[in-house]
Design a protein around this ligand. Sequence first.
Ligand code: UFG
Length: 325
Amino acid sequence: MKVLITGGAGYIGSVTTRVLLARGHDVEVLDDFSTGHREALPPGIPLHEGSLLDAGFVDRVLAAPPDAVLHFAAFSLVGESAAHPLKYYRNNVGGSVNLLDAVARSGVRRFVFSSSAAVYGEPDEMPITEHAPTRPVNPYGHTKLAIEWALADTAAAVGFPAVALRYFNACGASRELGEDHEPETHLIPRLLRSLVDPGVDFAVFGDDYPTPDGTCIRDYVHVVDLAEAHALALEGDLRPGLSVYNLGTETGASVREVLAAAAAVTGREIAPRIEPRRPGDPARLVAGNARARRDLGWRPRADGLTSILADAWRWHRDHPRGYRG
Ligand code: UFG
């Protein structure tokens, strides 16, 4: 299948690009390199360099339509989205509208969108199923939900199948590709960077949550498992209109449990400072994934946290300055 991947130079997009190539798909990447890395692209891959905000550019890319579009390109920092909401609405929603507009006029037969657990906000029931109300608590989550709506309406009007994959906590690495954000806000890369470089600070944000050990619980899912879910969504039978799927493991780990697993994997002693809570962090977010298992045949790995930390640790040791070295 000929597949266009927006944001193919980003963290999850680049891993998915490699997984699709390995499965024999004909892949092209669109990226503006605002947050992605050229080093994350396979040599020689067809590349459309430019921004989704440039509607003329997007139309030209879609003039030779792919069979499917995988749409990863987005800004994804929750804190930044609260400080600069319109930057997020303009880029995430505006860019997606340009893309959907071109897709609606082309022969694209399938669309897979990178959504987020952020669309749920702070749900009352765990695990979180796709039936949970969508009540985002920050602009980043609002933009992801707004794009789901635009996608649902476009897919219904035009009559193509579309999928929104709501990621929980993406982490881990493949052999060549890892997590390199600037600034880095996520737990596992911040922790591992601090072990590689003692000059890098690390702290736990809050140990007074209503959880067994007082630290927040999250559902950490391996980036290669996420990439495989995209391949399954691309290749499977889907009904017209939008289908939404949670991508998580149904297993929660607290920050302290992540630190203990990281100490075991790395052999390092980890005794971080405790800081006050980070504003906006819910105590517990764990995915129900029955729908993705049933409809997509998706099976996230069972040894989740250990392989996530082993793979991420190998990548961070090999790339102490991320893709810069
Ligand atoms: N944490 C620390 N220290 C750090 C970084 C994080 O203690 O240096 C804690 C956080 O407070 C939180 C947990 O580790 O309790 C996980 O934090 P992350 O920043 O790694 O991930 P989040 O759960 O905040 O964010 C994830 C996705 C977002 C998505 C959000 C939805 O990365 O894209 O879930 O709630 F929007």
